[in-house]
Design a protein around this ligand. Structure first.
Ligand code: FE2
Length: 426
């Protein structure tokens, strides 16, 4: 006797008519016509069932601060940085915790159950670190929050940042961050990468750096990151976030860079919503799109995830924790409209970031934790197209969120009385 069976599921890999059996919070079977009984049976009605969405790149310490102390009137990166500087001295631990918990509620409702968040450590009080460690513990029953020690003002440029970063790691922050392109010189940028990668190697931690978030084609810290990853044997533990300068780099140089990244086992994270809005701001027309070379990275065998980066904070006034919106933007900006490419965009907000974060028990197979999302969509492409409703979100076999199906009612002569934007009758 099982606890729950989800019958007639379609999976992201294309399998249909799959029954998922759940006992004690774990998936015990995922196969057609499962011959078992359960205390509860849920009919998925042929709709898509996926493991949860995963956001590989976020800033939980800034989220939902929109309007504090004022809105970003110009919508630019520079005003966003100025705003964050104005807000920082006013932050309190209680308000940080409250906003982060509220965002996690939004995330859960959207089936987003794992987030890697950078946390600013350029503050001797480490207020945000303290707050987000508390949040991490509080949400652990329903959301995996992984924290990156992020020296936002530059680990060398900002006095005391290196010491703060080490203290944050001592306190339990999981991943070593960095921002080499923000250091004063290229040489300092390279030095910061060396120092931070050595800290990660000594402590046995992963690395995820904001790297080359710039339109400058000569911002090449990703090369140093790959080199240090290889030198220190950090294969599979290092990620370059943003990598927007790659959009503008010389093609010959990139043809040498991608194999180096592959050899070094470095993963990439693009942040389509933020890259498309913040990059290219110094351009006249034509304006660069500013997202890294996603299809080319994937073709070189480098894992690429999409992150949300910001939701309603000093840099970005929009967003709702919807990773399908992120995938939708990534698909368009990268022109990934081929059938296989659209599925890669879905993977970029599910299984690829799960692997980058090193999540255990992720997936739909016997032995995995029963973390599942039932979508009002037939397949991953339709899920992206409709930013489909998360009908049901399950964590360890327990339903933790539900949303009614999206349905419009019509009153037109001779036309259907309702619709849900899906192709029917074929
Ligand atoms: Fe970021």
């Amino acid at each position: 006797m099982l606890d729950t069976i989800l019958r007639n599921c379609t999976l992201a890999d294309g399998r249909t008519g799959i029954d998922i059996g759940i006992r004690d919070g774990l998936i015990v079977a995922a196969e057609p016509a499962l011959a078992a009984t359960a205390a509860e049976t849920i009919d998925a009605a042929g709709q898509l069932v996926t493991p949860p969405f995963v956001d590989a790149h976020f800033h939980m310490d800034a989220t939902l601060s929109y309007g504090l102390p004022r809105v970003n009137a110009s919508g630019t990166l520079l005003e966003g940085i100025a705003l964050w500087g104005e807000l920082k001295p006013q932050l309190t631990r209680e308000a940080l915790v409250e906003r982060a918990l509220a965002y996690c509620d939004w995330a859960v409702a959207k089936g987003l159950l794992a987030i890697r968040s950078h946390v600013d450590v350029c503050d001797a009080r480490l207020l945000a670190v303290d707050a987000l460690l508390e949040v991490k513990e509080k949400v652990a029953p329903y959301l995996d929050l992984q924290l990156v020690a992020f020296p936002q003002d530059g680990v060398l440029r900002s006095a005391g940042a290196l010491d703060n970063l080490e203290r944050a790691l001592d306190m339990g922050v999981d991943v070593v961050g960095g921002i080499p392109h923000f250091e004063r010189t290229m040489a300092d940028g390279a030095e910061s990468v060396r120092i931070l990668c050595e800290i990660a190697a000594e402590r046995g931690l992963m690395v995820d750096m904001h790297c080359d978030e710039s339109d400058d084609p000569l911002s090449r810290h990703i090369e140093i990151l790959a080199f240090q990853s290889q030198r220190l044997g950090l294969h599979g533990r290092v990620t370059g976030s943003h990598l927007t300068s790659m959009h503008s780099m010389d093609n010959y140089y990139v043809s040498k860079l991608l194999p180096l990244m592959k050899e070094a086992g470095v993963a990439a994270i693009a942040n389509p919503l933020i890259n498309i809005t913040l990059q290219g701001r110094h351009d006249g027309y034509p304006k660069r799109r500013g997202m890294t070379r996603v299809p080319e990275l994937l073709a070189a065998g480098i894992p690429v995830a999409f992150g949300h980066d910001c939701v309603m904070d000093p840099w970005y006034s929009l967003g709702s924790g919807d990773m399908l919106e992120v995938a939708h933007m990534g698909l368009h900006v990268a022109q990934m409209t081929g059938q296989a490419a659209m599925h890669q965009c879905f993977a970029a907000v599910t299984e690829t970031p799960a692997a980058i974060l090193g999540l255990e028990g992720y997936g739909i197979a016997p032995g995995c934790r029963a973390d599942l999302v039932l979508l009002q969509a037939a397949d991953p492409v339709e899920a992206i197209r409709l930013r489909a409703t998360r009908l049901m979100v399950m964590r360890a076999g327990r339903v933790i969120a539900r949303t009614p199906p999206a349905l419009a009612r019509l009153d037109l002569p001779g036309r259907p009385s309702e619709l849900d934007w899906r192709l029917t009758g074929r």
